[in-house]
Ligand binder design. Structure first.
Ligand SMILES: [Zn+2]
Length: 173
């Protein structure tokens, strides 16, 4: 008799989220150094904290609406209709502070799709999803219809949550 192989199935969910934001890439050698914006799309993939095929009594890892509520809630508040700027980009920060009203978000790294995906995976997702019993495994940031960057969790989820030091600045002078 042939023994059935151990289950290799693992379940995850993907939720799409959309927002609009401006940015510029500090020290970019070409046109991305100018102030401009994108209609961003984020695909976030989540799995149960213990992985595998664990679902609730209804058969869900987590309800899709919870992912939307938490992640889009954070995006709306922090990045939507804001300018994302690198903390070392003093010139752009000075400029955005002159606009009234203004909304900007200071990034620890240049606001490329790669760094944005990483920030959402490592900082934001652990912060807003933690009590739902799920972890984000992958975040894809689509900057255009053709171009995206992917940040993936390698190996076991670790405690990635880091404090966001009120990085969003909304100034309604
Ligand atoms: Zn851009």
């Amino acid at each position: 008799m042939i023994e059935a192989p151990a289950s290799v199935t693992e379940l995850s969910l993907i939720r799409q989220l959309k927002f609009c934001a401006g940015h510029r890439l500090y020290q970019h050698e070409s046109k991305c150094a100018f102030f401009h914006g994108h209609n961003y799309r984020v695909d976030i993939e989540v799995m149960g904290r213990n992985g595998g095929t664990e679902v609730d009594s209804v058969g869900r890892i987590v309800d899709f609406s919870k992912i939307k509520e938490r992640m889009l809630g954070w995006l709306d508040e922090n990045w939507d209709h804001a300018f994302l700027l690198f903390k070392e980009d003093a010139n752009a920060l000075a400029a955005i502070q002159m606009v009234q009203p203004t909304k900007y978000f200071v990034m620890p790294s240049n606001p490329t799709a790669e760094n944005m995906a990483r920030y959402l995976l490592e900082v934001v997702a652990p912060l807003v999803l933690d009590d739902l019993g799920v972890v984000a495994r992958r975040v894809i940031v689509w900057e255009t219809d053709e171009s995206c960057a992917v940040a993936s969790l390698i190996g076991e989820p670790v405690d990635l949550g880091r404090a966001i030091l009120s990085a969003v600045r909304v100034d309604h002078r």
